[in-house]
Design a protein around this ligand. Structure first.
Ligand code: NAD
Ligand code: MG
Length: 385
């Protein structure tokens, strides 16, 4: 690469956002920070801004605007507030690539806005594709925008597909660690606490995705994400539990050959690959040692106990606004679980109830998704009372 890519990171204070900044810092010849955004963590956003000197920052929480503005007043950094500003700032002419690292449905609007402006996307915010995959991928095609996956499983598949442009995929296997409750039964799960759910065996991530990993909803979201990223039929997508998280996913071609991508679990690698594509940049990430991992094992997922995974497969098959309903219900349920309002097993109850109750729309528009998301959250709240 001759010129440096100018990067906007949406959600720079989160787990992916911070790791994206570490990648940028380690590759100063290749990347420069153009925009940083955060929801409420003003102090970290200020610290990042002083260190990386972006062109602009946005704090979504408008109450914190003055604080951020004051502390950055002696620097040449533009400061904006509110979610609308995130959607506007991503269209700045100086941005080459947008890392979408906001968590949840909240990332949809700004992602669409960036695609509309023709920005290349490194996509971490999987909920965007779950909610409105058809809309997002159609718009990306229309605007000539590439969506590079950051999610490790999808990055694995993307890497396996390099050089296979003319060879159709027969099937993909998304690997899943199984999370902290792998092998447990419903009796055990009935009484697990959020502290237990937040202890992931292999990855350190934001709270929402960590709970999603414990319920297997994360894998369900990833199944739908894969459908849209790789243009697959639901029948072509399968999930296999691989507790060591070394093989990040597998593609099977029509001659029966399977390609897998492997490495230590470290999100910085897929983040860097998405930002540097088509190049592989030299890195000092720790290397895999076979002797440390003499056994790589595989199991079937327990879809009966971890019902969220079955619900996600069902939502994908039904399509329309069903994945949007599932996602909104899950966001509400995870948030209720994290604030001790519901028990672990009630997360799936809440998702299932909303999927049964909200009216189905076969070909939703953007406005339909917004309305579905809103309506689902109201029904989900009724579940709590
Ligand atoms: P996180 O909770 O650590 O960070 C979320 C970021 O989004 C923060 O910077 C926060 O300020 C911002 N944000 C949250 N709500 C917002 C709102 N309403 N408006 C504007 N900004 C808002 O989450 P994370 O673990 O970094 O995950 C981010 C996304 O990446 C998720 O979609 C997740 O599924 C995906 N992902 C994460 C990992 C991981 O290892 N953490 C791996 C694969 C995919
Ligand atoms: Mg993943």
């Amino acid at each position: 690469m001759k010129t440096r890519k100018h990067i906007a990171i949406l959600g720079s204070t989160g787990s992916i956002g911070q790791q994206a900044l570490e990648v940028i810092e380690s590759q100063p010849d290749h990347f420069v920070v153009e925009v940083l955004t955060a929801n409420g963590n003003a102090d970290l956003l200020i610290k990042q801004a002083i260190h990386f000197k972006p062109n602009a920052v946005v704090i979504a929480d408008e109450k914190k605007y003055q604080h951020v503005k004051n502390l950055l007043s002696k620097y040449d950094i533009k400061v904006f507030a509110g979610n609308e500003s995130i959607s506007q700032v991503v269209q700045m002419a100086s941005i080459d690539l947008v890392v979408t690292a906001i968590v949840g449905y909240a990332g949809l609007q700004s992602t669409l806005s960036a695609i509309n402006a023709g920005k290349q996307i490194a996509l971490a915010n999987k909920e965007t594709l779950v909610v409105a995959g058809e809309l997002v991928t159609t718009l990306a095609k229309e605007k000539g925008v590439n969506i590079y996956p950051v999610d490790s499983e999808h990055s694995a598949i993307f890497q396996c597909l390099a050089g296979e442009f003319h060879n159709p995929i027969e099937k993909i296997y998304l690997t899943a660690s199984g999370g902290p409750f792998r092998g447990k039964d419903s009796n055990f799960l009935a009484s697990v606490t959020k502290e237990q759910a937040l202890k992931h065996p292999n990855w350190s991530m934001g709270a929402k995705i960590t709970v999603d990993s414990a319920t297997l909803m994360n894998k369900g979201l990833e199944v739908i994400e894969a459908k849209w990223l790789f243009g697959l039929d639901p029948k072509q997508i399968d999930v296999v539990i691989h507790p060591q998280s070394i093989i990040h996913s597998i593609v099977q071609f029509k001659d029966g050959s399977m390609k897998a991508q492997m490495g230590l679990p470290d999100m910085k690698l897929p983040i860097q690959y998405a930002m540097a594509y088509p190049h592989r940049l030299a890195s000092s990430f720790p290397r895999f040692n076979f002797l440390d991992h003499p056994q790589l094992t595989f199991e079937q997922p327990d879809k009966k106990t971890f019902r969220n995974l079955s619900l996600a497969f069902e939502a994908m098959k039904v399509a329309g606004n069903m994945p949007c309903i599932m996602n909104a219900a899950n966001e509400e349920a995870v948030s209720a679980f994290l604030s001790d309002k519901i028990k672990f097993l009630q997360i799936s109850d809440m998702v299932e109830k909303c999927m049964k109750k909200i009216s189905f729309i076969n070909k939703p528009s953007y406005e339909d998704y917004v309305a579905t998301d809103r309506e689902t959250r109201v029904i989900a709240q009724e579940f709590l009372s």
